[in-house]
Design a protein around this ligand. Sequence first.
Ligand SMILES: NC(=O)c1ccc[n+]([C@@H]2O[C@H](COP(=O)([O-])OP(=O)(O)OC[C@H]3O[C@@H](n4cnc5c(N)ncnc54)[C@H](O)[C@@H]3O)[C@@H](O)[C@H]2O)c1
Ligand SMILES: O=C(O)C(=O)C[C@@H](O)[C@H](O)[C@H](O)COP(=O)(O)O
Ligand SMILES: [Zn+2]
Length: 353
Amino acid sequence: MSKQEVIICQNFNTELSQKLSAHSYDKIFILTDEHTFRLCLPLLQDIALLKDAEQIVIGPEDVHKNLETLAYVWNQLSNRGATRHSLLINLGGGMVTDLGGFAAATFKRGIACINIPTTLLSMIDAAVGGKTGINFNGLKNEIGSFYPADQVMIDSQFLKTLDMPNLLSGYGEMLKHGLISQPSHWSELLTFDFAHIDYALLQKLIGQSVQVKEDIVEKDPYEQSIRKALNFGHTIGHAFESFALKTNHPVLHGYAVAWGMVCELYLSHIRCGFPKEALRTTIQFIKENYGSLYFTCDDYECLYDFMKHDKKNASCGVINFTLLGGIGDIRINQTASQEEIYELLDFYRETMG
Ligand SMILES: NC(=O)c1ccc[n+]([C@@H]2O[C@H](COP(=O)([O-])OP(=O)(O)OC[C@H]3O[C@@H](n4cnc5c(N)ncnc54)[C@H](O)[C@@H]3O)[C@@H](O)[C@H]2O)c1
Ligand SMILES: O=C(O)C(=O)C[C@@H](O)[C@H](O)[C@H](O)COP(=O)(O)O
Ligand SMILES: [Zn+2]
């Protein structure tokens, strides 16, 4: 996989202009969703090299991260003269960078791509590391590719318009990075005050968080081994997210991951000795800030069926988990039986309900 350049911008316009002028793209396309078109695209209006850029606007959020939207983007690229020498800029959250990244990966077998993440989640996670794709057949990211954007240009100025639920959603993935990295990073994350946001502190935490992801992706870009750490919380989190989408009550990805981590931390505790106190404080933080997903024991089978499609699974019907023996003590390729998974769901409902 080609190396990806992740830039925490000091002067966004200048740095992006420099990157654009280093290449001779025949055409530049900017992909936004309806919200980032309105709220984020205006922040690029002084960049001369984007004056003639073609705009492609898609519907927002995960309900649009699908084949129909992807086909629309392919169509726009094709009908508006994109060639192999064109550039696609993805300006948006993880939905835009995932779908746009996959459009760039597949259009004429691959065109240049720059990610400009505009949500906290996409800054520290989705825009970085090369996983692109769409949801399909009711399953999260069922179709996709590894196709890192040439550059990821991070500027926290975009966060000023982001609402609190989406800020918290991104923070869920940051918490995951804390749990799989260092006790000091994890404990600092637990003290963050959402009622009085300190943007300078948030900027520092974004830098640390993105570094956790970059370090892991560099070691294992195609998720053969240690990259599975970045999937902590997702075996059950993705099942929660797909279940919520199926029942027409979509939830934000980072919330689903936070709830998934409640279950997977508990499994980590009983299986790998994850310390009780760290379990308690993390669950407390999640409960206070993320509330809970409602489901009953009648939904267990449906949730379990979603888990059978997890991409980490190696053999049919055996569910693969990444667990933790402690903060930063990563144990990949763990499994649990259907009965054990149902017990985790019981634990979730008892603790979070
Ligand atoms: N590829 C990866 O490694 C990876 C990692 C984590 C998550 N993901 C995927 O990312 C997606 C979630 O990403 P997300 O949380 O960024 O959601 P999103 O892209 O759906 O954005 C959330 C909402 O915020 C709006 N928005 C975006 N930027 C804004 C801004 N600056 N101001 C105001 N509103 C803004 C969007 O229009 C949308 O309504 C999921 O599909 C998830 O599966 C991918
Ligand atoms: O980058 C990774 O690797 C991750 O697993 C990051 C996750 O936060 C992200 O949600 C990813 O899209 C999940 O991928 P999937 O392979 O489980 O679909
Ligand atoms: Zn995720």
